[in-house]
Design a protein around this ligand. Structure first.
Ligand code: GLU
Length: 280
């Protein structure tokens, strides 16, 4: 089977060195194996994504010397795909509407004695709206109350699941540790988890390379793969680049954007070499 990798940035800012490193990993793995390297724009959150950044990402990758195969998948153009997955899960009783605001959740968590933390460091939703009756749900929806849609994780995660992490082997998943994750909000019609798992399957991605910060999310993605009967790629989570003080590079660090580096006159091949040496 031929290898398919992808780089899937969200156009919420300019690419920084950390993204360049991540894109290079995926590109190199595909090119070395004569496989395919895909570019996907994860622009599902209209409040944070900007078309100008989507364009800039493609321009910066070109400058950096990375080419991709086929057309770019732009997630906001495929909302009906994600809605169909949500409907499928809802029909099977695995999704429920959650009317809690952030403040409600913070208060509920504050009131409970031992609020558990999810593996990604976030807090676990206490499940308040899972207990609402069908009538109460219908009444609130009819009243126009805003709601998110959550996965009922205890109903969904019924069998042990594993994924293959390169260099580690089989990793046992703990999706229940995340609690009932949000799969859709009114302002962002499908969550990162849903769109990523759907698109990796649709696009035939065989190896997901991405930063270690997303490693915990793989437990949820693996669960969605199992629920939807999607193929399971291998995973290679890489270390995150840090600045001189050891702080993780982030979009706020303007000095580290590819744009700014380009403006310094650095040759892209030198930059690639620097990052590759760094990764060795
Ligand atoms: N869109 C995600 C981000 O920019 C990455 C998704 C992934 O690689 O799975 O952080």
């Amino acid at each position: 089977m031929s290898i398919v990798t992808r780089f899937a940035p969200s156009p919420t800012g300019y690419l920084h060195l950390g993204h360049a490193f991540s894109a290079l990993m995926a590109w190199r793995r595909a090119r070395e194996a004569g496989g395919r390297f895909l570019l996907r724009l994860e622009d599902i959150d209209p409040g944070r994504c900007r078309p100008a950044f989507a364009e800039a990402i493609q321009e910066d990758l070109h400058w950096f010397g990375l080419d991709w195969d086929g057309s770019v998948r732009v997630q906001s153009e495929h909302l009906s795909d994600y809605a169909a997955v949500l409907d499928d899960l809802a029909r099977r009783g695995l999704v429920y509407p959650c009317f809690c605001t952030r403040a409600d959740i913070a208060r509920e968590i504050g009131e409970s004695m031992a609020a558990p933390h999810a593996p990604d460091g976030g807090s676990v939703y206490p499940g308040t709206c899972r207990l609402l009756s069908a009538d109460a749900r219908a009444a609130r929806i009819a009243a126009g109350d805003r709601f998110a849609r959550r996965l009922d994780i205890r109903r969904a995660a019924t069998e042990p699941l594993r994924f293959i992490e390169e260099g580690v082997g089989a990793v046992l998943c703990d999706p229940a540790g995340f609690g009932d994750v949000v799969l859709a909000r009114m302002d962002a019609p499908a969550s990162y988890h849903l769109c990523v798992a759907h698109d990796d399957a649709l696009q035939g991605v065989t190896l997901v390379t991405r930063g270690n910060d997303l490693r915990p999310a793989t437990h949820i993605h693996r669960l969605l793969q199992a629920l939807m009967g999607w193929p399971v790629p291998a995973y290679a989570h890489h270390r995150l680049l840090t600045d001189a003080s050891g702080r993780r590079l982030a979009k706020r660090d303007r000095a580290a954007t590819l744009r700014d580096l380009r403006a310094t006159g650095i040759a892209p091949a030198d930059l690639r070499r620097r990052l590759e040496t760094d990764s060795a």
